[in-house]
Ligand binder design. Structure first.
Ligand SMILES: *Cc1c(COP(=O)(O)O)cnc(C)c1O
Length: 368
């Protein structure tokens, strides 16, 4: 007799469920969570106040099109509000783009150490994930173009990328786009755009404004410190926006997220504080960790990819145990194919100093 148990669609059982950055060490003591690239300074107090202000209205459905939030985003970034879609985190938008544009027998292309959600979203819709090799942990435009086939439907590129921290310049991004057939969708995931100071950086916004096959995604989870609320947005061509609006849930963005998001955009001073904090502590951490003899990959985000020696006792696994015993939680990188590395988020001053002190003891082989 044939099995009568319900069977999921092909691809879904290939998904390794996404593991978020750990928040606890298991010791029960408070720990510094440096494992999820969250904001070191937290959200704007105005956003928190706006969030609280929604408590009396929780029995009402939110406005379904995130209209006021889209208007605020459009003002802030000089965009057409009709070409914006808000989502429950950019993760939701990435999944919706995969659902809308890829399926069985088709390919979704990204880079070797690209953000994990691209692979998971492809598998979730039965499409084939294809990873193009990187050059020294950096996206390689030629390698991506070389992997295009007649079945390629979407190219996802995080700019800058998580977990490598590297980015493509505007010229390289445009070269990538120029090499794509018109029916392939280029999704530029600019989750860390607000942190980047490099003059040749490009979030994909210009391409998303002018090209019929480019979408830019953004998030409130990183610089804006609102990860718990799940809030992201995309900007793209009217046809893509129409498709995503048909597919998304009618009330996909919760009321507290909409209202906190609007308030966060208004608090420009807080945004500047978050950027200034990162501009100070990212290079400090990089220099200190290099000073300990660790290899730190250059990053333009709010995190560093730190490479440890391969020897047992000195490797990333040993470093993780050492850091956790000191109440510091980095992100292990084996799931990204980088078993020698840890990804470490820029924290508050005391956390950053504690991290360097702890790794100082670790690299010298001193007891904790
Ligand atoms: C953190 C992150 C996101 C997304 O986050 P949401 O919280 O779902 O908005 C998207 N892309 C990259 C590369 C990220 O690192």
């Amino acid at each position: 007799m044939a099995s009568t148990a319900p069977r999921p669609r092909p691809g879904i059982l290939e998904i390794q469920a996404y593991q978020g950055g750990r928040a606890e060490t298991g010791s029960g003591r408070p720990a510094a969570k440096l494992s999820a690239n969250e904001s070191a300074i937290g959200p704007s107090p105005l956003a928190v106040e706006a969030f609280r202000g929604t408590a009396e209205r929780l029995h009402r459905y939110p406005e379904g099109g995130s209209e006021a939030l889209r208007a605020a985003l459009a003002r802030r970034h000089n965009l057409d509000p009709a070409r914006l879609v808000c989502g429950a985190g950019s993760d939701e938008l990435i999944a919706l783009l995969a659902r809308a544009y890829a399926g069985p027998g088709e390919e979704v292309l990204f880079t070797e150490h690209g953000f994990l959600m691209y692979r998971l979203s492809a598998l979730g819709v039965g499409a084939t994930p294809v990873a193009a090799p990187e050059q020294r942990l950096r996206a390689d435009v030629d390698a991506l173009l070389a992997r295009l086939t007649s079945r390629t439907r979407i190219v996802f590129i995080a700019n800058p990328n998580n977990p490598t921290g590297s980015y493509l310049s505007g010229d390289e991004l445009r070269r990538l786009h120029a090499g794509l057939p018109a029916d392939v969708l280029l999704v530029v995931d600019a989750a860390y755009a607000e942190f980047v100071e490099a003059a040749d950086y490009d979030s994909g916004q210009e391409l998303a404004m002018s090209e019929p096959n480019v979408v830019m995604t953004r998030t409130f989870s990183k610089l804006y410190g609102l990860a718990a609320l799940r809030l992201g947005w995309l900007y793209g061509p009217p046809e893509v926006v129409d498709v995503i609006n048909r597919l998304r849930g009618p009330f996909n963005v919760a009321l507290p997220a909409q209202e906190a998001g609007i308030a966060a955009l208004e608090d420009v001073a807080h945004e500047q504080r978050a950027r200034a904090h990162n501009a100070k502590w990212l290079p400090w951490l990089e220099a200190e960790l290099e000073g300990l003899g660790l290899h730190v990959h250059p990053s333009v985000g709010n995190f560093l990819l730190v490479e440890f020696p391969a020897e047992p006792g000195r490797n990333a696994v040993a470093a993780n145990a050492h850091l956790e015993a000191d109440g510091l939680i980095p992100r292990q990188m084996a799931a990204y194919g980088l078993p020698l590395c840890q990804r470490i988020t820029v924290g508050r001053e005391a956390e950053n100093r504690a991290l360097v002190a702890s790794l100082g003891r670790f690299t010298k082989g001193e007891p904790r």
